[in-house]
Design a protein around this ligand. Sequence first.
Ligand code: C5P
Length: 227
Amino acid sequence: SKKITIAIDGYSSTGKSTVAKQLAQKLNYIYVDTGAMYRAVTLYALQHGFIAEGKVVRDKLITALSNIQLDFQHEEDKPVAQIYLNGRNVEGLIRSLEVSGFVSEVAAISEVRKKLVEQQQKMGNGKGIVMDGRDIGTVVFPDAELKIFMTASAEERATRRFKELQEKGDSATYEEVLHNVQHRDHIDTTRKDSPLRKAEGAIEIDNSALTLSGQFNTIYQLAMDRI
Ligand code: C5P
């Protein structure tokens, strides 16, 4: 059977990564969480004082971009690769509400996108990849054999993200999480460079009412039809 490229895009917290990971595991494909890359750049900006008084200092961040090295590495016993920022595993630091609060501003900067998109395209060179994000079907892999566009109501998505944060012991409230989800959706859909859009040829899946296994089976079938 041939190897294909699978692009999964959609709004924040639609469960893209859950289904993308399952799919990659089942097909024995590489999984790449591009949101983690934008989050790691945001973490770097926070750690280096490039976010001050609630604003991203664009010029400083752009100048520092060449000092930022991102890669994904597998820990011994874990099936999914984790993200490393300049050699340090930052998987546990990038999902905080603080990073979430600035990541869309960082991701709207063209120089940031250019750097990350180049790296993503290299990772997908050999096909056999499932990549999730906001611009995978539109910009990173416009020729992907399967493109999925995931949607769900903002309340449903905030509930999911809230539960996830609670399980990690994060003290964010539901209202804060809902506000963050809506804030990111707004910036992600209205930015000039690579706004979140349903790509040409993408199949839209509203998973508000789908179970995880129902959603997985639907997408798995779509992939098998193309392999
Ligand atoms: O997928 P996740 O919610 O972790 O992504 C965090 C943020 O990174 C998004 O809200 C968006 O601003 C940005 N992003 C992006 N393009 C991608 C992936 C993520 O702009 N391909």
